[in-house]
Design a protein around this ligand. Structure first.
Ligand SMILES: [Zn+2]
Length: 178
């Protein structure tokens, strides 16, 4: 979900911009093998799953209801990886078994692993630790693993502290009689 984030200057950083970037992102996380080459169809499906996961996690964090279509999308990803070779028949040749087209299988396998991780997290014991970074407009999601962690990074924390210090100084300046 943090592969697309709004960064402090307000712009959006997208790690899954092209099929090539999407492939590199998946390879760097060990979700597809080195040398894999995914199409824009795969990129779109992964971005779609990310959107559904973001909606589900946002619903959890803000305590709002989740659209059933979001759950359908995540459940489709959970069950998308074909683990069993299906039975086929070609007249004159006979029966044979095969898995889905390898490229389709790659993205579906990756999506099922991501959906599995996300579902285990959102329905598990750590779900109450999920939060969005409080350093507006940063949109990173995080786990409040230690104490009252409010920010995704020390950079975001420093930025908020600096803004607060600046605001305090301004308030003091305004209170000083001229
Ligand atoms: Zn942040």
């Amino acid at each position: 979900m943090n592969s697309e984030i709004r960064i402090p200057d307000g712009s959006v950083h997208e790690a899954l911009n092209t099929p090539q970037e999407t492939t590199a992102w998946l390879i760097s996380r060990g979700l597809v093998p080195e040398g894999a080459s995914l199409q824009s169809y795969c990129q779109n499906r992964l971005v779609g799953l990310r959107g559904d996961l973001r909606k589900a996690f946002t619903a959890l964090i803000s305590g709002i209801a989740v659209d059933p279509r979001v759950l359908d999308g995540i459940n489709a990803a959970l069950t998308a990886a074909p683990h069993t070779p299906l039975l086929h028949h070609v007249p004159g040749e006979g029966f044979f078994r095969s898995l889905e087209h390898p490229t389709t299988q790659l993205i579906e396998h990756a999506m099922s692993v991501i959906a599995e991780d996300a579902a285990a997290l959102i329905a598990g014991d750590d779900a109450p630790l999920l939060a969005q970074c409080e350093a507006e407009p940063c949109s990173r999601l995080l786990l409040k693993t230690h104490g009252r962690r409010q920010w995704c990074s020390t950079r975001c924390g420093d930025r908020v502290r600096a803004a607060r210090a600046y605001a305090r100084k301004r308030t003091q300046a305004n209170l000083t009689p001229r």
